[in-house]
Design a protein around this ligand. Structure first.
Ligand code: ZN
Length: 264
């Protein structure tokens, strides 16, 4: 198996150095393309050049965000292969839809589909041997914007202790020692969770207020993105019964709940 990266020309605060398009080869000239990225003629050309006449079997997307999926349909059409993902999205219409546990054969190589909702509802990771293509579930060198915190944490736990050896993220460099990386992500999220609860306890009662406290050391241009993760933490805190919500206002729940007195 060979794995090559083609870096898209879309660097930025949300994409790091740009989107990683991965070309996975079974070692015998059959390949799949993972996360072709945004529609960009130069990047499409770079991908086709990287393939160098090998036989492409499909174009896969980890999720349908605009920095990962929009090139999938046009590129797949040009190459005469199916575009494959979990579900339709704003700029993506899968020819084949994948569910958790699905198997894709890339020539002699077996690719396993692992559903990992959290960063996005429709997020998939792809496993080949002990290598995992993580999309934006796990990124090289940064934490991830999370839409659904409960699902996200479950999706991290799901990968832990499964014998992975390499992570190939949607942004940033590939990583070794996946379980340590996953532990860092879990610990980072738990720390944020407690920081957000502490901010609420000390009077921050809207998402922007919480962001201003918890992300004080992060550049304001990233605050709208942070707000989405904070919202996900707030929803999880509410689901956990640790805070209450009154419309957009967050209300801290006193540590001593009166039910504990009446229902021992
Ligand atoms: Zn991304």
């Amino acid at each position: 198996m060979n794995i090559e990266r083609v870096l898209a020309n879309n660097p930025g605060p949300f994409t790091g150095p740009g989107t990683n398009t991965w070309v996975l080869d079974d070692g015998q000239g059959r390949v799949v393309i993972i996360d072709p990225g945004p529609v960009d003629t130069r990047h499409a050309k770079a991908i086709v050049e990287a393939i160098e006449g090998r036989e492409v079997q499909s174009v896969l997307v980890t999720h349908t965000h605009s920095d990962h999926a929009p090139l999938a349909n046009p590129l797949a059409r040009d190459l005469g292969v199916p575009a494959v993902g979990h579900a339709p999205g704003p700029n993506f219409e899968p020819d084949i839809r994948l569910l958790d546990g699905a198997r894709l054969d890339v020539g002699s190589l077996e690719l396993r589909v692992i559903q990992t909702p959290g960063h996005a509802d429709d997020h998939l990771c792809f496993r080949a041997g002990n290598a995992l293509f993580t999309g934006d579930h796990i990124m090289g060198g940064s934490s991830v914007m999370v839409e659904d915190m409960g699902s996200y944490l479950t999706s991290l736990e799901k990968l832990r202790g499964t014998g992975l050896e390499r992570l190939h993220p949607g942004h940033g460099d590939e990583m070794g020692d996946p379980d340590s990386v996953i532990d860092w992500y879990l610990a980072h999220r738990m720390q944020r969770h407690e920081e957000i609860l502490a901010a609420i306890s000390s009077g921050a009662d809207t998402v922007p207020d919480i962001v201003a406290v918890v992300y004080a050391d992060v550049h304001p241009s990233l605050h709208p993105l942070a707000a989405r993760s904070v919202q996900a933490h707030v929803t999880l805190l509410s689901d956990q019964g640790r805070i209450a919500l009154a419309g957009d206002r967050v209300v801290a729940v006193p540590v001593t709940d009166e039910r504990t007195h009446t229902n021992p």
